[in-house]
Design a binder for this molecule. Sequence first.
Ligand SMILES: [Zn+2]
Length: 423
Amino acid sequence: MNVFFKVPLRGIRLLSCVVAIAILLCTSCENEKISSDESTAQQELNVVASKLQAAGFDTSEGFQKYENGYLVEYDIFLTPEMINELAESATTPANGRTEHYRSNNLVVATPRTLQVYIDAGFGTYMQNSFDAALARYNAQGLGLTFQRASSSASADISIFSFYEVSNVLGYSAGFPTNGNPASPIRLNTYYYNNTSTRPDATTVIAHEIGHAIGFRHTDYMNRTFSCGSGGNEGDAGVGANYIPGTPTGPSAGSWMLACSSNTDRPFTSDDVTALTTVYPNRTIPAGTSPVYRYYSGSSGDHFYTTNWGELGSGKDGYVLEGITLYANTSQASGTVPVYRYYSGSSSDHFYTTNWGELGAGGSGYTYEGVAFYAFTSQVSGTVPVYRYYSGSSGDHFYTTNWGELGAGGSGYTYEGIGFYGYP
Ligand SMILES: [Zn+2]
């Protein structure tokens, strides 16, 4: 319990996915959420709840059917498709460990500029709060830059209104999918309207954008910290990855606390650490391209390519998981080819700098050509790419993040450093 954030009426909760910011008017709100009898609707809800649990969410509170999807953790709106994707990606090696937490899903930043639109119906105070929220992000020099869009059609994230007499301030549309931010965000005009000058407006907009780009609540492990009540939102390690360098307990004043105190909360130094760790600004080394990482749960295959045209933001059952490294697309001094192979029988893509392993093909693997060029020893600015193999799923897996599997796990055996590339 932290008296500092305690507000009249028990606290204002920031709803994120459908990003709702809820004001908890009473504890009985929670009791009425799942109260129907053992109907098919209830059974359906149970099935969804078990998928969410598999993805690391706590559904014991703040979970309900909402419009054409579900609200989890009060302010995160997820469609059935998103829930299926989250449940599926939860069965793959974690995307990394990033008192700040992020979901498994992030925006693919190369770096990248995101266009953000806010409904013109919002008055001057809200328009200015919107600009202030974007400026707050842009002041951090992140790999993501935010720019005001003139229409929702050209926007990566749109902010629309809704009206509801409830404890919901606003909500986000969940977490990133296919490397893109979640959209839209909706703000409740019961709180944010032409005459409203709520002090938390900038923070609430920044908070919902935070969810849209993959951040979870800072007090994820104990919502009581900002809300005055509530428990742990779910299992850390799958859907909530700790961000290195941030404190391991609740982070006072964070923009990603679950509940609003109706005060402005600019980024704290811990917030800045979280943002710059997850979305570092980078200068891409000359001659290199991102190596995109994909995963197909159905065939149990990790796939890596510098060619966006092959799978784009994901297709044929493959989900875009992010950028593993930056690699040369033609042979540069000190680099060697990384040969790419595919085995149809075990649905496995395999990459090696050692021609001697499979040569022109063998053991069921077909040679597919040079994937990209990499280093066989560490040169300045490069990092090791760790290689793993799972015999049970017939999958080779490559990552620069030792935290994902370390010396092995989840059925994967560590096979050593495959090569070196730019992070
Ligand atoms: Zn939230």
